[in-house]
Design a protein around this ligand. Structure first.
Ligand code: FES
Ligand SMILES: [Fe+2]
Length: 425
């Protein structure tokens, strides 16, 4: 595959979104190799807790072993391939495959085989569930990699770490939780549209104009439409990670929004009493989220107050999990308002996210035009500023973020993928 023909400094070929072979290669060289986000520690706090998800298309189970250690197991029976866990979340000391009853503990070790006399020499030690070679957690965000070797999670996260810190340190106790449920959606288009769009500052005021108009009507304040005149910036953070940082543009807009929400004045009074004026302003902003959109390549987005997980399920089919987070150490009604604010834009009946999904379908449909290539990613080229540590800064609506993502995409796609080694429990 000639990756240099697919990604150039000024654009990407339509083939990266529609070609079946490129998609299969992504599963191998991107999802089968690099650090991929799996779950948040608050979802599996106790020994025996587990959560099922996917890395690329591979079904996996994130578990908390009896020792308290984290493990990520491939959810595939080592007998004849069935999923060993059907549930979304739960707590169990073992997983029992329902086909022929093989049983594995929550670290993956094979502990039970019905009617074992049918085998003369079954090597149970070699037949544990496959464990991902590396599992690491940063500030509660659990990532795993099939590659037995490679850079550490910390090195991989590069300058994205600072934003993960900010997301978590919004809480007065420096801890957030993803335990208030989630919603999921599926769209019939390529997974990378969701990744690109999560840090696309150019579309905000166009696709979501109706949302901002409603907000303006409701609050009586001029709203933030995300154009160049606003104070936000975009950044290439290294290793394909990118951010729209709107914090400088937020000001007291969210404080005003909270004050005009039902129960808002009482909440602000409570916060002022407990935390003082300055922290109240910070917390009021944090009701709507962190003030930035961070995309951690290839599948994690921190946006508003949510954790968004992107899961490819075909070249033109994508599942997305959306988990609103709550803050530890704040009044419950503040978390309630945070959840309601999240739902207003991102919820299933929200005013924002459904509009984005409609656009992904329209792009996928437009790319049926074989006569035109590539897609342009040139906005802001020439006005970017290069900072120390290879960080590139652009104006809020620049395509600096997408260029960052496709640089990493090309780097991983052109490298020989690491083959996962079977590492029995
Ligand atoms: S496929 Fe799991 S026990 Fe046979
Ligand atoms: Fe959007």
């Amino acid at each position: 595959m000639d990756v240099s023909a697919l990604v150039t400094p000024t654009g990407v070929s339509r083939l990266v979104y529609i070609d079946e072979e490129i998609y299969r290669t992504e599963l191998d060289r991107i999802f089968g190799t690099t650090w991929v986000y799996v779950a948040h520690e608050s979802e599996i706090p106790k020994p025996g807790d587990y959560k099922t998800t996917h890395i690329g298309e591979t079904p996996v189970i994130a578990t908390r072993e009896a020792s308290g250690a984290l493990a990520v197991l491939v959810n595939r029976c080592t007998h004849r391939g069935a999923l060993v866990c059907q549930y979304r979340k739960g707590n169990s000391p073992f997983f029992r495959c329902q086909y022929h009853g093989w049983t594995f503990d929550n670290g993956g070790a094979l502990t039970g085989v019905p009617h074992p006399q049918g085998w003369a020499d079954l090597d149970r030690d070699a037949l544990g569930l496959m464990r991902l070679a590396r599992v690491e957690s940063y500030r509660g965000f659990i990532f795993a990699s099939f590659a037995p070797e490679g850079e550490t999670l910390i090195a991989h996260l590069a300058a994205a770490r600072e934003y993960i810190d900010l997301f978590t340190d919004m809480s007065p106790e420096g801890a957030i939780e993803a335990t208030r449920g989630e919603h999921k959606y599926v769209y019939e288009a390529n997974w990378k549209f969701q990744l690109e769009n999560s840090v696309d500052g150019y579309h905000t005021g166009i696709v979501h104009k109706s949302y901002f108009d409603i907000q303006a009507m409701h609050s009586g304040q001029k709203q933030f439409y995300g154009n160049d005149a606003s104070a936000g910036k975009v950044k290439d953070l290294g290793n394909g990670h990118a951010v729209i940082d709107s914090r400088a543009a937020v000001g007291d807009a969210y404080l005003h929004r909270v004050l005009t929400s039902p129960g808002g004045p009482e909440l602000i009074a409570e916060l002022r009493e407990k935390f003082g004026e300055e922290q109240t302003l910070t917390l009021a902003s944090a009701i709507a989220g962190a003030g930035f959109n961070l995309a951690v390549f290839p599948n994690l987005v921190l946006l508003g107050s949510q954790i968004r997980v992107i899961k490819p399920a075909g070249v033109a089919r994508t599942y997305v999990d959306v988990l609103p987070t709550t803050m530890v150490g704040v009044p419950e009604r503040m978390n309630q308002l945070r959840l309601r604010t999240h739902e207003a834009f991102f919820g299933p009946a929200g005013f924002g996210a459904p509009d984005d999904i409609e656009m992904f379908g329209r792009v996928q449909a437009g790319l049926a035009a074989t006569q035109i290539d590539p897609l342009l990613l040139t906005r802001g080229l020439g006005r970017e500023v290069h900072l120390e540590g290879d960080i590139i800064v652009g104006e809020r609506s620049d395509e600096t973020t997408q260029r960052a993502q496709y640089r990493q995409w090309a780097r991983l796609m052109s490298a020989e993928a690491h083959r996962p080694a079977l590492t029995p429990a």
